[in-house]
Design a protein. Structure first.
Lengths: 463, 166
């Protein structure tokens, strides 16, 4: 991977000095909260102490908060001053960081999976943003640059994308046009009708009923505790997906969302490993679907990382046709409607009585698709070139019925691709065919640098 | 039965089976884990001054379970098989829950060769292929070390040739 210096190496730079301030500000509510709880513990233990006691406690608390803040500010300053980033002569992004333990990280931009510009609330108030660059990798394979001014962050993002695409780094922002924005009303209604909310509400109702039956009116307190869960879950999603927009640019798809923390994610072309349409049963009458997305390197939803790519959502809610139009941009030329489905045989009802009619597997020259689920209908698609391996499994009961399940293994993410309970012989044939198709697709896969070889601006020659 | 077996049949030639020493290794592990449990149960029953037939029943039940597991290990190990093709590796295993996985060489990220103390003393190792998918799980246990090393190097070499990014 030695490329000419046309890529242009840059001098090492630090992030914006106000990083320290923003980081300290972000930690203040936590520290204050902790101090408050601690203070209440100390003073509350012996009943209400005298005025002098309260004064001392408050003073001590404030001193403690100040001390913690000062320490974190110093630590923040040290770590900020030791963190530099630049592009090296081969055009890769380098980040050196660490105070006691030094870390040098080099991101091979030809393996770029996504670039995000995120703005947590406090950073947003002072006009700062963080840049998150993700390359393919199983574990920690990203770099987070906190914080840059908004314009710096965007310029850096454009540079990363241009270099990754194989264009000159000073190409500038790619033009974008908005494909979809999710109306707030639809988002709210969809969240209220989502399975998690409905299940949460039902669970709450059960808990409260039981509590009232056993404890009398006193049991209504349970409502306060358990009633919060579905509300928080739905509200969390609302805050995250508020104002969701999908825009298209030559750099790939731009996903933008967030009420307090705004996030802009860019998914370059050809990075999509799997896609899934998801339809909870209450959405069916409205024809809504949610689209999930798996990108290599992005953590799965179970991780603690609070980022939209963690949830891997391409569209939180949209009418089916709109969703298909967006999916068409990431998987061009895939006609979901024209796939020839191989349904599960009738005898699959003995194994899957509820969903057997909805099970199916299909493949065309570009993707392999599976569908399943009764209450939440799912349709997942994987481009042949992105398949990692393929499984055929058969349990004892399936064996009696001469059924087998095939599974397409893809990079970790929200999408699981299961072709459940197909006729055993058909499943084996599909698995073998799939291995062949994946091989052909890999051979003809596009370049990592998606603009390389095109006639645009001065492409950087690959190797 | 033949039609069903055909579902997990080898692609062309026969499966390459793993070393029967894996049976010994797994039975040894079984004896070391289940053995003390059975003995403890019998001793406990005796100490609680249970009637002799109860003690006998416990012993028989324990032995029956151990025997069944003993027999199952043999079948299960014999069910392991792999097959190298031009572009991919096939691995199969399982009796009750059967499994066949096809891993294209171009998708391999790394190959692990591991051997625990019991495995080492018996001269067997496990070769495991990893792809970018966490679920790929193509492990071939019970390979003689030299065979494992050859397989590993061969896989790494083809993987390199056919590597296709992600």
């Amino acid at each position: 991977m030695t490329e000419p210096t046309a890529a242009g190496d840059t001098a090492p730079r630090r992030t914006h000095p106000s990083t320290v301030l923003v980081q300290v500000l972000r930690s203040v509510p936590v520290v204050l909260g902790a101090a408050l709880v601690l203070g209440l513990q100390v003073t509350g233990g012996e009943g209400l102490p005298s005025g002098v006691g309260v004064g001392l406690a408050v003073l001590g608390g404030l001193l403690l908060v100040a001390a913690i803040t000062a320490v974190s500010a110093v630590a923040g300053y040290l770590s900020w001053s030791r963190r530099v980033y630049w592009f090296d002569s081969s055009g890769d992004l380098r980040v050196d960081s660490g105070v006691l333990t030094r870390q040098q990280r080099r991101l091979a931009l030809s393996r770029l999976q996504s670039v995000d510009v995120n703005q947590p609330l406090i950073a947003r108030l002072v006009g700062m943003a963080e840049l998150r660059v993700e390359v393919a990798g199983a574990g920690d394979s990203r770099v987070v640059l906190q914080y840059l001014t908004e314009s710096e962050a965007q310029a850096l993002r454009d540079q990363v994308l241009a270099r990754a695409a194989g264009l000159r780094p000073d190409t500038g922002t790619a033009p974008q046009n908005v494909l979809v924005s999710v109306p707030t009303k639809d988002l709210v209604v969809s969240l209220l009708l989502s399975s998690t909310t409905v299940v949460g509400v039902l669970a709450t109702a059960t808990v409260v009923t039981v509590a009232v039956l056993t404890e009398g009116a006193f049991g209504l307190i349970a409502l306060l505790i358990s009633g919060g869960v579905p509300i928080f879950a739905a509200f969390g999603q609302f805050v995250r997906f508020f104002g969701f927009t999908v825009a298209e640019s030559p750099d790939g798809l731009r996903l933008r969302s967030g009420l307090t923390t705004t996030r802009t994610q860019t998914v370059p072309p050809g990075r999509v490993h799997a896609i899934e349409y998801e339809q909870p049963w209450l959405w069916r009458s409205r024809g809504w679907v949610r689209v999930q997305l798996t990108i290599a390197g992005a953590p799965d939803g179970s991780g603690g990382q609070e980022s939209p790519q963690a949830a891997g959502v391409l569209l939180p809610v949209a009418p089916r046709e709109v969703a298909e139009a967006v999916v068409d941009r990431v998987l061009p030329g895939v006609a979901t409607g024209r796939l020839e489905w191989q349904p599960a045989p009738e005898r699959a009802r003995w194994r899957a009585p509820i969903q057997h009619r909805l099970l199916g597997v299909a493949a065309d020259d570009q993707v392999v698709a599976v569908r399943r689920g009764r209450l939440v209908r799912r349709l997942a698609m994987v481009p042949h070139a992105r398949m990692q391996s393929v499984h055929l499994t058969q349990g004892p009961w399936q064996r009696r019925l001469s059924l087998a399940t095939l599974r397409i293994d893809v990079a970790p993410g929200p999408v699981t691709v299961l072709g459940l309970h197909q006729d055993a012989a058909t499943a084996r044939r599909l698995v073998d065919e799939q291995a062949t198709r994946a091989k052909q697709a890999r051979a003809s896969a596009g370049p990592d640098r998606w603009m390389a070889g095109q006639h645009l601006v001065d492409p950087i020659p690959e190797e | 039965m033949t039609a069903v077996d055909g579902v997990f049949a080898p692609p062309s030639e026969a499966w390459v089976r793993v070393s029967p020493r894996l049976i010994t290794a797994r039975r040894l592990v079984l004896a070391l884990t289940l053995g003390p449990v059975v003995i403890a149960a019998v001793v406990l029953a005796a100490l609680l001054s249970a009637p002799a037939w109860v003690v006998g029943l416990v012993a028989v039940a324990g032995l029956a379970v151990a025997g069944w597991a003993w027999w199952l290990i043999g079948r299960r190990v014999r069910s392991y098989g792999y097959c190298e093709r031009a572009d991919d590796l096939l691995v199969t295993s399982g009796i009750l829950f059967r499994r066949l996985v096809i891993v294209p060489y171009g998708r391999m990220q790394l190959v692990d060769v591991t051997a625990g103390p019991i495995d080492r003393s018996l001269g067997i190792t496990t070769v495991q292929l990893h792809t970018a998918a966490a679920t790929s799980d193509a492990a071939i246990p019970g390979l003689p070390p030299d065979e494992a090393a050859v397989l590993r190097d061969r896989l790494a070499a083809v993987g390199e040739q056919r590597s296709a990014g992600l």
